[in-house]
Write a protein of this length. Sequence first.
Length: 230
Amino acid sequence: MRNYEVTFIVDSVLSGDGIKATAQKYVNQLQESGCKIVHVDEMGLRQLAYEINRRHSGYYYSVEVQSAAGEFLQTLELNLHRDENILRFLTLKLDKYGVKFNEDRRNGLIGKVKRKKKAEPVEVAPQKPKPVKQPVQQPDNLKRIEGIGPKIAEVLRNSGVTSFVKLASMTTEDIKALLTAAGDRFSFQDPTTWAEQADLAAKGEWDKLKNWQEELKAGKVQAGAPDEEE
């Protein structure tokens, strides 16, 4: 089975029932196309990175599905494109890393901090344990990837790409599709090396990443640059 992730933004001017009905229509369509619904993530109302159809916010949904083939995408994307209630949409094919990332996030292994259990009081000198400050999980600084500036980082964050692990799991075509969906000002970007850079960052191999970035120009391999050692 192949895994896919369909993310779409519903026009926030609709009523609450209208928003849910619009999202359910596409969940039903996926099921009727033979897809198995793995998870429906109602991400809620969010600020848009840029104005779309005079809208500054939209209601985000993300649906992860499994399918034996990808023929359903053509009909689904055509319907999403024609639907006036859909501001933007993005379909991605997930590899094993993307599937694992989504599964870990649903299970609370990513983005949540587990609280430590309070220490048992000691009978000899009973004292209340001091409160432990828990670190706040922050999104990764995607601007450390050569070729990603503040605006592109914002586009990625608003599309759910907030970590090096997530970016590393995406193909060049997936990233290019996301940038194209964000508008003409981003469609000319070349994200060929972004996923590989993000993989080094996720592994903490900063020296290796820094040395490679010195050979890049705006995130792209320069013509005539020596190949990276295996």
